[in-house]
Write a protein that binds this ligand. Structure first.
Ligand SMILES: [Fe+2]
Ligand SMILES: [Fe+2]
Length: 163
């Protein structure tokens, strides 16, 4: 495998675990406030991110590449509002979408067709992730900070989905 693609794919393992940490941090915020619909939602998101990490790990093994684990950068934050969390969630997913595009561009430039094919899943997945994040913001904009209980009720019924 070409060096730069390998480096990017290996880094993406860390970024997916970092995404899981960010969602875990969100989960803790809501769990502490007994907003169990939100906490369920972010627990599902965190687990989904670990699923994403596994996809990269498995792909690198399948391509006979070594896995190099690095520290996960994310400390617990003091979030001041639900809105801040929703905005940070969308911002992070947009960042991850750009990471996936950068790996895809490198795979394309070096004719790594297998990696392009592997990444197709993530191109679609990132659209879904951004849609989910934007939908939460749209709902929030409708109800405001005092309407989070109503949103919490909606999220209690959210479906589990695997990533
Ligand atoms: Fe992810
Ligand atoms: Fe994500």
């Amino acid at each position: 495998m070409e060096k730069e693609i390998y480096a990017l794919l290996n880094q993406q393992i860390n970024k997916e675990f970092q995404s899981a940490y960010i969602y875990l941090d969100f989960y803790n915020f809501f769990e502490e406030k007994s907003l169990d619909g939100f906490s369920k939602w972010y627990k599902d998101q965190a687990n989904e991110e670990i699923g994403h990490a596994w996809r990269f790990i498995t792909y690198l093994h399948d391509r006979d590449q070594p896995i190099k684990l690095t520290p996960i950068e994310h400390d617990s934050q003091n979030y001041s509002s639900v809105k801040e969390i929703l905005d940070k969630g969308l911002e992070h997913e947009q960042y991850i979408s750009n990471c996936i595009r950068a790996i895809y561009a490198q795979a394309d430039a070096t004719k790594d067709f297998e990696t392009m094919n592997f990444l197709n899943y993530f191109l679609s997945e990132q659209i879904e992730e951004e849609v989910n994040a934007r939908n939460l913001i749209a709902k929030y904009n409708f109800v405001g900070e005092t309407g989070v209980l109503a949103m919490n009720g909606l999220l209690q019924n959210s479906k589990d989905h695997e990533g």
